[in-house]
Design a protein around this ligand. Structure first.
Ligand code: NAD
Length: 499
């Protein structure tokens, strides 16, 4: 059986390291094991860090324009090989090809942003901050930086990180998700084909053992993490305790407020894609609809119920399917468990996806689209991130009540409001305690030239991912103050600041 290995110093290493540990990779559409992934031991990760450290001096001094040229070629290779990448994503994640293509496109947009490295790294300059004195700030790379990424976007999330970090002059060690590692490794190989020098990007597959080396090794200067909140919190605390810069993006529970004046048909269409697309396994998935007023709630649930009838869950390789399986059997059981717990707590399961009929794939990890009404804030299924194709409806009487609900939730990744009232929308965006806000936009994922990040326990750290915050995260400011006195001018001793 194929073993997915590591990419260290430009070479594919197919061994699991001295520990010999490896783990199954599934095809979630069939439920079968398709590959093994090597789980790096400490020595393997240490080798990857050493390769990145050795590559840093030359890469740091490579002009940003030349670094950007590698990114231009990389973008072209990603486009030329898009179908291969999307097939790999589908086989291991279960994402339908049209959805995988969307993910890849979002990743490519981050590569396009990184192509602007010479402009992004320009710095700030002031002439004559004092008599004959000039001062400027420049943004220097950190050195070896690490990225640790989740299963749900095996192409896009790594490309939130390494293209920009590398374009800024850093070298990189990436630890992708061990559940769907192939597309990430292939993308890293394409970057080498584009002309990246050996050692600048290294990929180690693995689990906690590999991650812990990245968090504690003094050669790693910064860590970017995306994944679930408990792990994000651990990563942030451990990286900080070891003196590293860290941004750790966590989980989510994203609410949409449906105001009584909303265009209800449009809101329903938007909700379907945002709740069930990618089987709800998106950190920006809309998983709670908050209906304001009895009538809006009744209309919403009736229309959703009708609109959900034709939705099709099925294998990744049939593009007529709306969404695919969830990632593992354990996760399938967890999602089904949350639906059952909501029911046991008194909520109404209006559309039940617990036993979907997927012809030809009896062992795939499927959950059908599920709609649950009359959910209450104290229910476990409401507090938790379900991360499956489950839309919960909460009914409230006022917009203030809806906003309070969102502000009280531990997560604050994304949210949106459906309304025709501009004043209400403005008030919402001003006072909602959430990092990414949509107004009649269900998935307000910032484009590559803004930055991505939630509030509260959806992000640990100060700087958001990619975009302008990404440039700041992957560089450190150095401020230089300079004077060239002529040889016949000498100043006296001065013990105070000039006034
Ligand atoms: P996860 O937290 O299980 O894993 C993420 C990464 O952490 C993986 O590389 C994994 O190997 C590693 N990891 C897992 N357990 C670890 C441990 N004990 N110690 C050290 N490392 C460990 O997340 P997942 O299931 O792969 O991804 C889904 C989660 O990611 C969801 O909660 C989702 O909301 C979140 N997510 C957030 C964003 C965001 O931008 N906020 C984006 C995508 C996904």
């Amino acid at each position: 059986m194929t073993v997915v290995g590591h990419l260290i110093n430009g070479e594919i290493i197919n061994a699991a390291g001295e520990s010999g540990r490896s783990q199954d990779v599934f095809n979630p559409s069939t439920g079968e094991v398709s590959k093994q992934v090597a789980l790096a031991d400490q020595a393997t990760v240490s080798n990857a860090i050493a390769a990145a450290e050795a590559a840093f001096p030359a890469w740091r001094d490579t002009p940003p324009l030349k670094r950007a040229r590698v990114m231009f070629r990389f973008k072209q290779l990603l486009e030329e090989n898009a179908e291969t990448i999307c097939k790999m994503i589908g086989e291991e994640h279960g994402k339908i090809s049209h959805d995988a293509m969307g993910e890849l496109q979002r990743g490519i947009e981050n590569v396009e942003y990184a192509c602007g490295a010479p402009e992004l790294l320009k710095g700030e300059h002031n002439r004559n901050v004092g008599p004959g004195i000039d001062s400027w700030s420049e943004f220097q790379p950190l050195g070896v930086v690490a990225g640790i990424t989740p299963f749900n976007f095996p192409a896009m999330v790594p490309m939130w990180m390494f293209p920009l970090a590398i374009a800024c002059g850093n070298t990189f060690v990436l630890k992708p998700s061990e559940r769907d590692p192939s597309s990430t490794l292939y993308i890293a190989q394409l970057l080498h084909e584009a002309g990246l020098p050996k050692g600048v990007l290294n990929v180690v597959n693995g689990d906690k053992e590999a991650v812990d080396v990245l968090l504690t090794d003094r050669r790693v200067k910064a860590v970017s993490f995306v994944g679930s909140t408990p792990i994000a919190e651990y990563i942030y605390a451990t990286a900080n305790a070891n003196g590293k810069r860290c941004q750790a993006l966590g989980g989510a529970k994203n609410h949409a407020i449906i105001m009584p004046d909303a265009d209800m048909d449009n809101a329903v269409n938007q909700l379907l894609g945002a709740a069930f697309g990618s089987s709800g396994e998106r950190c920006m998935a809309l998983s709670v609809a908050v209906a304001v007023g009895q009538q809006a709630g009744d209309d919403l649930v009736a229309k959703l119920q009708e609109a959900m009838k034709p939705l099709k869950v099925g294998a990744f390789n049939n593009s007529e399917n709306d969404f695919g399986p969830v990632i593992t059997q354990v996760h399938q059981e967890k999602v089904v468990g949350h639906i059952s717990s909501a029911e046991a707590d008194g909520a109404t399961v209006v559309v039940d996806g617990r036993q979907p009929d997927v012809e030809g794939h009896p062992n795939g990890f499927y959950v059908g689209a599920t709609l649950i009404d009359n959910v209450k804030p104290d229910m476990v299924s409401y507090k938790a991130e379900i991360f499956g194709p489950v839309l919960q409806v909460i009914r409230v009487n006022t917009m203030e009540e809806a906003m309070q609900l969102i502000n009280d939730h531990e997560y604050g990744n994304g949210t949106c409001i459906f309304t025709r009232d501009g004043e209400a929308a403005r008030y919402f965006s001003d006072y909602i305690e959430v990092g990414m806000v949509g107004i009649n936009i269900p998935l307000p994922v910032p484009v590559a030239y803004h930055s991505f990040g939630g509030w509260k326990r959806s992000l640990f750290g100060d700087l958001h991912a990619y975009g302008p915050d990404g440039v700041r995260f992957y560089t450190k400011r150095k401020t230089i103050t300079q004077r060239w006195p002529s040889s016949n001018v000498r100043e006296g001793v001065n013990f105070s600041f000039p006034s």
